[in-house]
Ligand binder design. Structure first.
Ligand code: FES
Length: 211
């Protein structure tokens, strides 16, 4: 059966009104059989489906982006072996008073010196005017009997010799003759700054965590 559609009769009166079109009503859904009923006004459930699909796609995309970001950021962080070297625990119970032990921390020499009562008293009242890089022993130590410093001369980077030089219990750099006192303060020679004190804490009376 043929059916003459007049969909555009009002707006386009001259548009092929003589052509007969087949009826597809048998194949149409009920709501689309009314020819004035456009799909834009009958597809609310289609909009809902579109939103759900879009939301699902958005969630998948965000999850993928998050995974990529986590992967990227974790690839930039330090590996476990480097992190393990970032801090070291040092057992100091065997360092006798007056002795200085050396360790390696982050590729640098690390000195831990057990200061004697005499060494502590010798530097207790040194005036700041006598120092190139004024710092008190209290600023450079957590416990006065323990000095923790990086063993790199602040002049040009040689490794000073502990318990040497003009200051008793101090450090001497043989490269160009810098002297440090027993709290690692630059006292004589070309070194402009004190030996660097790294971050450290006491985990107990006999264990120090450096880093
Ligand atoms: S590097 Fe130590 S005095 Fe020059």
């Amino acid at each position: 059966m043929f059916w003459n559609q007049v969909r555009f009769q009002k707006d386009c009166p001259k548009l092929h009104r003589d052509i007969q079109y087949p009826s597809f009503d048998d194949y149409r859904k009920e709501k689309f059989k009314d020819l004035k009923h456009t799909k834009w006004h009958s597809g609310d459930e289609k909009h809902g489906y579109t939103y759900v699909t879009g939301l699902f796609g958005l969630l998948c995309g965000m999850y993928g982006l998050k995974s990529e970001l986590v992967h990227f950021l974790s690839s930039m962080s330090a590996p476990a072996d480097v992190l393990a070297m970032a801090t070291i625990e040092v057992d100091i119970k065997n360092i006798a008073p007056g002795m200085c032990s050396s360790y390696k921390w982050r590729g640098k020499p690390l000195f831990i010196k057990h200061r004697t009562e005499g060494e502590i008293l010798a530097e207790a009242n040194t005036p700041f005017s006598a120092l190139k890089d004024p710092e008190s022993p209290e600023q450079r130590t957590i416990k006065p009997e323990w000095l923790v410093v990086i063993g790199i001369c602040t002049h040009l980077g040689c490794v000073p010799v502990p318990n040497s030089g003009d200051w008793a219990g101090g450090f001497y750099c043989p490269c160009h003759g810098s002297h440090y006192d027993n709290v690692g303060r630059a006292r004589k020679g070309p070194a402009p700054l004190n030996l660097e004190v790294p971050p450290y804490i006491f985990l107990s009376d006999t264990v120090v965590l450096v880093g």
